[in-house]
Design a protein around this ligand. Structure first.
Ligand SMILES: NC(=O)c1ccc[n+]([C@@H]2O[C@H](COP(=O)([O-])OP(=O)(O)OC[C@H]3O[C@@H](n4cnc5c(N)ncnc54)[C@H](O)[C@@H]3O)[C@@H](O)[C@H]2O)c1
Length: 273
């Protein structure tokens, strides 16, 4: 068994309050939305971030705003592209301590399940679940070498409860399984693997559907939808030594929606829905 490097037990730098000073981080799908917010937060905590995205221009635009960050065009559906991104991180960022598996695909459901095309199912599984596997496989040797390595998967409440989107939800549930098996495999090698399950988040993915977000907000126990920064701060915690004894867990960041059904509570109280 490889003992965990003592660096993994370092706590927050008391002088700076920055928990990720000197960490090298690779984030997938980080050209916008949660990935970009996470890149900003981890940079603010001292990390050097490789912003990757299938859209290389988008990744570059995000990285330009962040001190010490670099960008790389990476499609998680392509093994060679993933391996090139990991190699670039090791060479140009200097180390790879944290992988954030954030890229996803969510194809709208067909009106009838019987009409779901194989292609839509395969696409969502390939990018959302297999993409995370490809990235973890390529990054793991470097995370082991880091001595304080960790993987943070971005799942969804869809992986735990029915909110529609069959293939996307199956892929997100698959991430919970991968998180558990990989955490057991990687723990003796000093690498932690955890999963965040966000609720509805106001990102560019919701552009043009803001009215849906307003309706959804009323159904969240905490009375609003999530912001990208809510997720970024959870990633920063799980990636840091503050979480050095946490692995294999699923952390909902969901305004309470997995724990409590606001609509039913109101119905039982006889209140207006
Ligand atoms: N927005 C929400 O309501 C919500 C809710 C729960 C979970 N999530 C999860 O949060 C994560 C980020 O979501 P978001 O709303 O920020 O998404 P987004 O659509 O705003 O951004 C996703 C980024 O991923 C990139 N991307 C798409 N396919 C890719 C591929 N094959 N390889 C690399 N990059 C690719 C896109 O170019 C885009 O820049 C996803 O895992 C998503 O499932 C989002």
């Amino acid at each position: 068994m490889k003992p965990t490097d003592e660096r993994s037990h370092e706590s927050t730098d008391a002088r700076t309050g920055r928990r990720l000073d000197g960490y090298g981080v690779l984030i997938t799908g980080a050209g916008r939305g949660i990935g970009a917010a996470t890149a900003r937060r981890l940079t603010a905590e001292g990390a050097r971030v490789l912003v990757t995205d299938r859209d290389a221009d988008r990744a570059a635009a995000t990285a330009e705003t962040l001190p010490g960050a670099r960008s790389f065009g990476c499609d998680v559906a392509d093994r060679a592209s993933v391996e090139a991104a990991v190699a670039y991180a090791v060479e140009h960022v200097g180390s790879l301590d944290v992988l954030v598996n954030n890229a996803h695909s969510c194809t709208p459901d067909a009106p009838l399940f019987e009409d779901e095309p194989d292609e839509d199912w395969a696409l969502d599984l390939d990018i959302t679940l297999t993409g995370a596997f490809r990235c973890a496989r390529a990054a793991l040797p470097h995370l082991v070498a880091s001595g304080r390595g960790s993987i943070v998967m971005i799942g969804s409440v869809n992986g735990a409860r029915d909110f529609g989107n069959h293939a996307y939800s199956a892929a997100k549930a698959g991430l919970a399984g991968l998180t558990r098996t990989l955490s057991g495999h990687a723990a003796p090698r000093g690498v932690r693997v955890n999963l965040i399950e966000p609720g509805t988040i106001h990102t560019p993915a919701w552009a043009g559907r803001e009215a849906v977000l307003d309706r959804a907000a009323a159904l969240y126990p905490l009375g609003r939808v999530c912001t990208p920064d809510d997720i970024a701060s959870a990633v920063a915690f799980l990636a840091s030594a503050d979480a050095s004894w946490i692995t294999g867990v699923t952390l909902p960041v969901d305004g309470g929606i997995l724990a409590s059904d606001v609509g039913l509570r109101r119905a039982f109280r006889g209140a207006e829905l």
